[in-house]
Design a protein around this ligand. Structure first.
Ligand code: PMP
Length: 392
């Protein structure tokens, strides 16, 4: 099987599994306990925290471990609103991009029904954030509790203009949150230099374990806790996930060692895939082909073929990829990202994402190209001969 769905999740690295097993065997005690076994767990936690912080370019004290990026995103949004309420109630509006992760947009929609004003910044046909619209929507910004924009889109890989957003947030004095889940392990990050106030990350996107991530909180930014308790400096209650945090640290160490080489290789392999698909299947449309994108994320549609049909064919031939479209009991829903880029509902159900990882080889990409031609070519031919066939 050729696995090209690394933006969904990555396989845990061997050193990650080793460190997790070691943490469970050697440091299983509660890090809050004052006895010796507890102190062993506490030391492991401090060491792992320092390694993750070093990889992200933040201080240990700025890291709040969470169950993943979904929780970190919730903490950023709900924390910023709570902070806005406590500071005189003026800052109560959320401004975020229209292509955020469904978990974050779902939260925003729920908050909107409960009375929180929410404004969504549009993207252009390439999936790039509309900075003029962002400026307009922020306005004088006095009522903005949080500006929240992802570092890179998980479906298209299009990078967002973080430096410009930092300047906008600074100008109006609101907090900026960046969901950096898709950046971590793919491009170099330096939280201290970025100027960002809050940053969400997740370990399972960089060959770490699932169920562990973090919200990086800039020193001086007081985000109220979602879960009460003494852990994480009173910012996130609950006994620490020591094995998960140890695994996260191992994943960060591993990524730091090979990040530059991985980036170069992924960029080249992504280009081979993109060019190869265009050559073999002229009906292919590449999303964000003029935008700056993550290395190794190639999101396309083949004519207007439904992604489910394409993915089924690919998987039967040994290639697994994914669609941005959400599958529900009532069928496939179009991708909100592609709709925001101006695609029709039919087109937005046709997006297929190939996301490469550091273990992806050139031979796998060549094989994928062959498979794509044989598996998808005939479907495109049928579609061209009988336009109504796609409706069947
Ligand atoms: N944000 C983005 C941009 C993501 O790609 C994902 C994972 N698909 C998440 C948030 C959610 O991360 P987690 O699984 O750690 O909750």
């Amino acid at each position: 099987m050729i696995y090209l769905d690394h933006n969904a999740t990555t396989p845990p690295a061997p050193e990650v599994i080793d460190e997790m097993v070691d943490a469970m065997q050697r440091a299983w005690a509660n890090p809050s306990s004052t006895h010796e076994p507890g102190q062993t767990a506490r030391r492991l936690l401090a060491d792992a925290r320092a390694r993750v912080a070093s990889f992200l370019g933040c201080q240990s004290a700025e890291l709040v471990f969470t169950s993943g990026a979904t929780e970190a995103n919730h903490m950023a949004v709900l924390g910023a609103l709570a902070h806005g309420r406590s500071a005189g109630g003026v800052r109560r509006r959320l401004v975020m991009s229209a292509v955020e992760h469904p978990g974050l947009l779902g939260l925003a929609r729920r908050l909107e029904t409960e009375g929180t004003p929410v404004d969504l910044i549009p993207v252009d046909v390439q999936g790039r954030l509309d900075l003029d619209a962002a400026r307009r929507l922020i306005g004088d910004g006095r009522d903005v509790a949080l500006l929240s924009v992802m570092g890179a889109n998980n479906e298209t890989g299009v990078l967002m203009p973080i430096a410009e957003l930092v300047a906008m947030a600074r100008a109006v004095g609101c907090w900026l949150h960046v969901d950096a889940t898709q950046l971590v392990g793919k491009v170099a990050l330096d939280f201290a230099l970025s100027g960002v106030d809050l940053m969400s990350v997740s370990a399972h996107k960089l060959h770490g374990p699932k169920g562990i991530g973090a919200l990086v909180v800039r020193k001086g930014v007081a985000v109220p806790a979602l879960l009460s308790g003494r852990q994480e400096r009173h910012r996130r209650g609950g006994t620490e996930n020591t094995p998960g945090i140890a695994g996260f640290a191992a994943a960060c160490d591993r990524a730091a060692r090979t990040l530059d080489a991985d980036l170069t290789r992924l960029r080249a392999l992504g280009q081979v895939l993109e060019n190869g698909l265009r050559l073999r299947l002229p009906e292919v449309q590449v999303y964000g082909d003029e935008a700056v994108r993550l290395p190794g994320t190639v999101c396309v549609r083949f004519g207007e073929l439904d992604s489910e049909r394409v993915l089924g064919r690919l998987e039967r031939a040994g290639v697994v990829a994914s669609s941005g479209a959400a599958c529900t009991a009532s069928g496939t829903q179009p991708s909100h990202v592609l709709l925001a880029m101006g695609e029709s509902a039919l087109q937005a159900k046709a997006g297929v994402r190939f996301s490469l990882g550091r273990d992806t080889t050139l031979a796998e990409i060549h094989r994928t190209l062959d498979i794509a031609r044989h598996a998808i070519g005939p479907l495109l031919q049928t579609e061209a001969d009988q336009p109504l066939a796609r409706a069947a």
